[in-house]
Design a protein around this ligand. Sequence first.
Ligand SMILES: Cc1cc2nc3c(=O)[nH]c(=O)nc-3n(C[C@H](O)[C@H](O)[C@H](O)COP(=O)(O)O)c2cc1C
Length: 169
Amino acid sequence: MTNFAELVQKRYSCRNYKATGIDRELIDKILETAHFAPSATNAQPWKVFVLDTPESLAKARRAYNREWFATAPAVLLICAQTDKAWTRADGKNHADIDIAILTDHITLAATEAGLATCWVCNFDAQLISSEFGLDNNCKPLVLLPIGVPATDDIPEKKRKSVSEFVEWV
Ligand SMILES: Cc1cc2nc3c(=O)[nH]c(=O)nc-3n(C[C@H](O)[C@H](O)[C@H](O)COP(=O)(O)O)c2cc1C
């Protein structure tokens, strides 16, 4: 088992996947691990569609038309059930935060399982909603391609130094 510090270094946005298909059991295992993610009031306002058929993948690819994206053998369509999420007294709905935590858990669980992922939010959300018949309370937030990375190379992490954003008060 990889330790956490190594795992976060190993995870990166993969934009090239091997053509090999995806093992459904492995995806199930990753989701089983990730579903212990916390959420506000434990509302768990998420819905995940696993796209691994030519038809469903074609729909995702229409909504995010990039050559590299089409190399992924499977894509998770991660949605927020906004009506199920906790809303704070000032009106802030916490679905986006909850979904981000779940997605992050999925990316790390996938990395530990030897797979790679890439957050994709720059897709046509309206098209996804209509292609998959999502209702107004099921907002598509993330398309997460997942698969075996085409290379073993892990790109260098470019990050601000911690001292640039941390302030002890
Ligand atoms: C909320 C979010 C949205 C993102 N959307 C996209 C996207 O639409 N397309 C893309 O290629 N990468 C997307 N990324 C990946 C980022 O570009 C990437 O995480 C960042 O450059 C850091 O690189 P790393 O993930 O390899 O560490 C997104 C990442 C996050 C967290």
